[in-house]
Design a protein around this ligand. Structure first.
Ligand code: CAA
Length: 295
């Protein structure tokens, strides 16, 4: 019996999320709402404080809207704990999902530490949208228990989770993770080979770049292109609204990481995106992107 099969038999109870940013904190809440005990670890105490406050506010809103009862929200919040101590948090985890900064050397350090501290049966996943998990699996002694588990923004709402296996990911790990994703109420999509952008971001990238080309050529305004995507294609947001939600910086980072893999100039960030990034117009997070937001 492999260590991952051991995890299956024990059931995944304790989850560790590494990184308390927008993605990490909401991923943690998804697991807590599904009944898991979740630790959120971050190197910055301030990041943990912000995450806790934002999740409490989200739960208050959910209760006010009648989406959940006050007691269920309180119970879910009480299943969350917050720490800066990675080693201690990892030592009790059955499943770890890393949602830290998209920098390979940082992620490799985290995975080396996780491999050292987490129990042998624990599965180690990365939420990275740009780095295939083979790059972090190779610093561990359990590459067969490593994969990408990629949530979408906002993670509390978006149903899809891409599960991406690398060449050494075992079938047992894939089966456990697919089942786990279903149990937390999400829709897993299995991606059998590491490919830059996986599936959803590749689809999004094509739409985004065409929207930028149409705007750049003066064919239609941002508002009208967004309206077409929403009312003709049924998308919940237009490509410009989506760029602002995801962040212009994140869009550029994804394109740059894709280019680093493919060396295809077509994958480089669109010049209009680069300009916005350099001007500090990052979308919702900075108050200004394609649209202006009240802060
Ligand atoms: N965080 C958490 N919850 C949020 C939220 C946020 N930032 N924004 C909205 N919500 C919740 C609301 O509370 C509301 O919940 P209830 O249904 O329980 O009331 C629900 O989402 C709907 O919100 P609204 O009614 O305010 O607004 P909406 O109907 O316009 O929905 C949206 C907002 C869910 C963001 C929707 O517009 C949408 O689905 N947009 C597309 C998002 C998308 O494509 N995401 C993928 C991005 S790509 C990515 O993430 C990959 C990557 O690697 C970067």
């Amino acid at each position: 019996m492999s260590a991952a099969e051991g995890a299956n038999q024990r059931e995944i109870e304790r989850v560790l999320v590494v990184g308390a940013g927008a993605m990490g904190s909401q991923i943690a809440m998804v697991f807590a709402l599904a009944g898991h005990h979740v630790t959120i670890q971050d190197i910055a105490e301030s990041g943990l404080t912000t995450a806790r406050k934002q999740l409490e506010e989200r739960m208050d809103t959910a209760v006010a809207k009648g989406r959940t009862s006050a007691s269920a929200a309180q119970e879910a919040l009480s299943r969350l704990s917050f720490t800066t101590d990675l080693g201690n948090a990892a030592s009790a985890a059955d499943f770890v999902i890393e949602a830290a900064t998209e920098r390979l050397e940082i992620k490799q350090q985290i995975f080396a530490d996780l491999d050292r501290f987490a129990p042998p049966h624990a599965i180690l996943a990365t939420n990275s949208s740009t780095l295939g998990s083979s790059k972090v699996a190779k610093v561990t002694h359990r590459p067969e228990q490593v994969c990408n588990v990629h949530f979408f923004n906002p993670a509390l709402v978006m149903k899809c989770v891409e599960v991406v296996r690398h060449p050494q990911t075992s079938q047992a790990t894939v089966d456990i993770v697919m089942e786990l994703v279903r149990k937390i109420g999400k829709q897993p999509v299995l991606i059998n080979k590491e490919i830059p952008g996986f599936v959803a971001n590749r689809l999004m990238g094509v739409l985004r770049d065409e929207a930028l080309n149409l705007l750049g050529a003066g064919i239609a305004s941002t508002e009208d292109i967004d309206t077409a995507a929403k009312t003709a294609l049924g998308h919940p947001m237009g490509p410009f609204e989506l760029m602002d939600l995801v962040g212009i910086d994140i869009n550029c980072m994804i394109a740059e990481a894709t280019y680093a893999e493919t060396t295809d100039p077509a994958d480089l960030p669109h010049p209009m995106l680069r300009e916005m990034h350099q001007a500090g117009n990052l979308g919702r997070k900075s108050g200004k992107g394609w649209y202006t937001y009240e802060r």
